[in-house]
Write a protein that binds this ligand. Structure first.
Ligand code: ADP
Ligand code: MG
Length: 628
């Protein structure tokens, strides 16, 4: 045996990795199994053209053994194996290409180097996270001699000849002793190790076998159990997403979903796609029927499971789905990705970005199809998750609004059903050039607003905005199909003819003094009092001027930290055609005290109609009773 030193860079890298890069020790088994699987792939490939291999597809396997007393885990494969040179160059040196260039000497790599490490994959070295010593016995296919490589970590390794029958590799990890903070013995537990293998390597295409001790009824002793050892195959080997769609039933998809994502209900929708091109990947994505149980909690993490070639590399890869699809569950499997070693590195992988983009597009197009083909189901989806899509329109300064604007629905006040913006525009009355909306707690309250009545009377539909986010989203959208949006409780509506407008302006001008007086009575609560003719048969209504609407002010005031000074500028509007307006003129001339009371009453009525609180309900009620 000759003792050899690792190259300097390798040593540094090894230390660094053991101590910091891998945060998740348990993945060592995934790395070893995936290497074994790669090695088998190579020999299997050879066997297709080379009879001397002497193995059929069914002969290949990976065996995992635990020896609790010796504190070892052994992973055996009958793959291609390694020659002495390969053992030395593959396991003895990480810096194969010389592209490593450590910028500083305190053990930290510069960020660009980290990326390089990610591309290389230092999977084998993850063994040292749990093992104090690693032995690799390997015989390369076609060679007569086998070799044994032994290392106790960063110091170096020894290598020498040894005996081994068939081609393949046996890797033995001598598991570290437990410390106060670290429980290494857990990996020597059958149940623990086998569940890690099931978790990470379920879809490896060769059987992963392990001896499992089971309690079985003892046939000789009635009522007693005995221990029996059986060899079990731990992995299912064929991922459902790799199968063809026509091999799978709705039931298969549903069962897989329920098992995998622990839901009792069938999913609302599944999307199974095979993509080739810029990125090649299989995806199986589900939209749940109801929000995941922890969806509204801080603990909820969005993301899809990410596999590369059947090996799980991340349980919840958040970068694969945008926030507005945070409810989506599923699996992505791409052969293009290398087994990267950390989340941070993966995030920088441009192929991941391409995949994420393709998935986003796919989900959108499937939802669009659902909207077109199964309206009822789409509306159910929208009732559950529509708010997310609307936030998606609003988020990031509207950067995603184009892709989402045709997926959002609003209730129409006219027909009390959901409409898309496209449908609203298609159904617009002749001469209508604006998309009208109103905000409120629910559709009923909105449809009872004086303003709604006035707009509907013109034959125009009003969209009901009942979610906090609605108006924010629409402001981000700005227009749809060239049509501007108008809040009927706030914006200039242009519903009247030129003549009507002129008459109203004149009336307001003539009543200027009275309106100022009334505004004064309200002690700064409103920014103006004016006559209007756009509210049907009702006496008053409240509207807002400027950027902030009533609803936005309500939402903002509920946000943590108050409303940030965003207050709606209220306008008290009085119906110029209502008998009350004559009465007001009369009081202005004869009885200012009563005008003050009337103003107070009208203002509070208007607040109630708009769904706002009033400061002193008792006083308000008393004044009304007095009048009666
Ligand atoms: P990667 O798998 O990304 O190449 P690893 O550190 O996991 O990186 O493995 C380094 C190399 O060692 C592999 O590329 C392979 O050539 C060799 N190797 C590791 N394990 C085995 C094995 N069980 N059989 C044959 N070769 C192996
Ligand atoms: Mg590997």
């Amino acid at each position: 045996m000759r003792k050899k030193q690792f190259k300097a860079e390798s040593k540094k890298l090894l230390d660094m990795m053991i101590n910091s890069i891998y945060t998740n020790r348990e993945i060592f088994i995934r790395e070893l199994i995936s290497n074994a699987s790669d090695a088998i792939d190579k020999l299997y490939f050879k066997s297709l053209t080379d009879d001397s291999v002497g193995l059929n597809k069914g002969d290949f396997e990976i065996f995992v053994d635990i020896d609790k007393d010796a504190r070892t885990i052994t992973v055996t494969d009958n793959g291609i194996g390694m020659t002495q040179e390969e053992l030395e160059s593959n396991l003895g040196t990480i810096a194969k290409s010389g592209s490593f260039n450590f910028k500083n000497d305190n053990g930290e790599a510069a960020p660009e180097d980290i990326e390089v490490i990610g591309q290389f994959g230092v999977g084998f070295y993850s063994s040292f996270m749990v093992a104090s010593k690693v032995e690799v016995v390997s015989k390369a296919f076609g060679e007569d001699t086998a070799h044994k490589w032994v290392s106790e970590g960063a110091d170096g390794y020894t290598i020498g000849e040894c005996e081994k029958d068939c081609a393949g590799t046996v890797i033995t990890l001598h598991i570290k002793d437990d410390t106060e903070n670290d429980d290494y013995s857990q990996f020597l537990e059958q149940y623990r190790l086998s569940s890690l293998i099931k978790k990470y390597s379920d879809y490896i295409r060769y059987p992963i076998k392990m001896e499992m001790t089971k309690s079985v009824p003892d046939e000789e002793k009635e009522g007693e159990y005995k221990e029996e050892t059986v060899v079990e195959t731990l992995n299912s080997m064929i991922p459902i997403w790799r199968k063809n769609k026509n091999e799978l039933t709705e039931d298969d998809y549903n069962e897989y979903y329920k098992n995998k994502f622990s839901d009792f209900e069938n999913p609302l929708l599944h999307i199974h796609s095979k993509t080739e091109g810029q990125a090649t990947f299989d995806a199986l994505i589900y939209i749940p029927s109801r929000p995941p149980f922890d969806y509204y909690s801080k603990e909820y993490e969005k993301g899809l499971q990410l596999y590369t070639n059947g090996v799980l590399i991340m349980d919840k890869c958040a970068d694969l789905v945008p926030d507005y699809f945070s409810f989506a569950k599923g699996v992505v499997d791409s052969a293009d990705l290398s087994l990267n070693i950390s989340r941070e590195m993966l995030q920088q992988d441009h192929r991941l970005k391409i995949i994420a983009k393709a998935i986003d597009k796919k989900i959108k197009s499937e939802l669009k199809k659902l909207l077109e083909n199964d309206r009822e189901k789409y509306e159910k989806f929208f009732e559950t998750f529509g708010v997310q899509l609307k936030w998606g329109v609003y988020a990031n300064y509207g950067s995603e609004k184009e892709g989402l604007k045709d997926l959002i629905l609003f209730k129409s006040s006219k027909e009390s059903k959901y409409v898309t913006l496209k449908e609203y525009v298609a159904d617009m009355a002749e001469g209508q050039d604006t998309i009208y909306y109103a905000c409120g707690e629910n559709e009923t309250k909105i449809s009872l607003l004086p303003q709604t009545e006035a707009v509907t009377a013109k034959g125009y539909d009003v969209l009901c905005f009942t979610d906090d986010v609605d108006e924010f989203a629409i402001q981000m959208l700005m227009e749809y199909d060239g049509k501007k949006f108008a809040n009927i409780c706030k914006d200039e509506l242009n519903l009247s003819s030129e003549d009507e407008k002129k008459a109203l302006d004149e009336k307001n001008e003539a009543a200027k003094d009275m309106l100022e007086e009334m505004k004064g009575y309200l002690n700064g609560e409103v920014s103006s009092v004016k006559f209007t003719n756009a509210i049907g048969g009702h006496a008053v209504c409240l509207s807002a001027e400027g950027y902030v609407s009533l609803e936005m002010a309500k939402v903002l005031s509920q946000m943590p930290g108050g409303n940030g000074g965003m207050k709606a500028q209220l306008v008290l509007e009085i119906n110029s055609e209502h008998a009350i307006s004559e009465k007001l003129f009369e009081l202005f001339a004869k009885d200012k005290e009563k005008l003050k009371n009337y103003t107070y009453l009208l203002y509070n009525q208007a607040r109630l109609i708009s769904g706002l609180d009033i400061d002193n309900p008792t006083e308000f009620a008393d004044m009304i009773t007095q009048l009666m």
